[in-house]
Ligand binder design. Structure first.
Ligand SMILES: *Cc1c(COP(=O)(O)O)cnc(C)c1O
Length: 401
């Protein structure tokens, strides 16, 4: 049995549960199938990775075309797919330059290292502290768990990396209070993901920009989950008319292949010199080819407009369900196709019932249901998913009346 073999050979970090966790073997668009041929609507999407659904034809084609040419070259050499992707990202964002990594945590590591190095170079003295938000999530490496303002990710891994302070999300005064002569940057997610889907207010992000300008700090946005069209704009910060000095991407960037990116202004990019940072696989040609196809799709005429329309439809329908089940859906938060339903302790079981009926959604912190449908999910698939959720809530209320 595969499940027993997994327990035997793989370190138990993911808490997969026999009988409760399907083995997914095939995917197409917004649907996946398990080993028994059972079909699910996949509104987890690899946690915001499969933003164009499974086996999206332009990504398959880009990957196989690149695989036949060359799969890997070292960063000792020039790379065509890297330059093509970099040009696309830079031309469609406020950034001037990009560094390629393989994951979100690595993109954030690059951002943290660059903020320190640039600041030291520019101001010629020790300035290395970064203020991040409570309930944030920035990754699982030592520096990025430290940047993550949630104690549960720290426990057991001390001593943590020095140089991080925490402030309350959406509370400008709380951030201001953490700034001192050692601060070099402020880093936040415009929409917090793992922390429970919390959306930044415009006053907060615009206020952070002003704070950074007043104190000569770098503003870093972690767009790893909320970027790449997820909120209906290519980058979530576009909703706020705030431009960061550095921002990071990963998850959906590669259309399912592992790639991360750290983008920054031309000026800040000067903080890194040859030898300062590197990654063997970073900017791998196949991953870059996939990412180029993914970004190209998001940039297609009308694509993001349709995301905004369909996600507004989904939100409206969820609000209708909240009207019917106010005791179960306590709050709806999010932007675009990044939505969280505040449920409470029932969330775990509701997620399970949805899975039984063919809808995969994710539960964060045991209390919030997170919906991350592919950006190109068809309207009838949204309707089908809503039907499953409504049925589950209906039966829950019936049984617990
Ligand atoms: C997932 C995530 C990360 C970490 O990305 P990995 O690829 O798992 O290292 C960092 N920040 C945010 C906001 C994320 O959602």
């Amino acid at each position: 049995m595969l499940q027993e073999e997994e327990r035997k050979y793989i370190i138990n970090t993911y808490n997969r549960q026999k009988g409760a966790t399907p083995l997914l073997v095939r995917g197409q668009g917004s649907r996946v199938w398990d080993e028994n041929g059972k079909e699910y609507l996949d509104f987890v999407g690899g946690i915001a990775v499969n933003a164009l659904g499974h086996c999206y034809p332009p990504i398959l084609e880009a990957v196989s075309r690149q695989m036949e040419k060359i799969i890997h070259t070292s960063n000792l050499y020039y790379s065509e797919p890297q330059v093509e992707l970099a040009r696309m990202l830079v031309e469609n964002s406020p950034a001037g330059k990009v560094f390629f990594a393989n994951s979100g945590a690595e993109a954030n590591e690059a951002a943290i290292k660059l903020a320190r190095k640039y600041t030291k170079q520019r101001f010629g003295r020790e300035r290395y502290e970064i203020v991040t938000a409570l309930d944030s999530f920035h990754g699982r490496t030592l520096a990025t768990i430290t940047a993550t303002g949630q104690e549960k990710f720290h426990r057991g891994f001390e001593p943590l990396v020095p140089g991080f302070r925490y402030a309350r999300f959406n509370d400008l005064n709380s951030f201001r209070a953490q700034i001192n002569s050692y601060t070099c940057a402020i880093m936040v997610e415009p929409v917090q993901g793992e922390g429970g889907i919390h959306v930044a207010t415009p006053e907060f992000l615009q206020g952070l920009r002003r704070l950074c300008d007043e104190h000569n700090l770098l503003l870093i946005f972690d767009e790893i989950q909320c970027g790449m069209g997820r909120t209906g704009k290519l980058f979530a910060f576009e909703h706020y008319h705030v431009v960061p000095d550095i921002f990071t991407l990963a998850k959906a960037l590669g259309g399912g292949l592992p790639i991360g990116a750290m983008l920054c202004t031309e000026e800040v990019a000067g903080g890194f010199s040859p030898g300062d940072h590197a990654s063997t696989f970073g900017g791998n040609p196949v991953a870059c080819a996939a990412a180029t196809a993914a970004v190209g799709t998001l940039l297609n005429e009308g694509f993001l407009e349709l995301v905004r329309q369909n996600s507004a439809f989904l939100l409206g329908e969820l609000e209708r369900l909240q009207g019917i089940f106010p005791g179960l859906i306590k709050e709806i938060r999010g932007k675009g196709f990044m939505l969280g339903l505040e449920i409470g302790s029932e969330a775990v079981e509701i997620r399970m019932h949805c899975q039984d009926r063919g809808l995969l959604i994710n539960c964060i912190g045991g209390e919030v249901l997170r919906l991350l449908p592919p950006l190109n999910t068809k309207k009838d698939e949204l309707v089908a998913a809503l039907g499953i959720l409504e049925g589950v809530l209906q039966d829950w209320v019936g049984k617990n009346a």
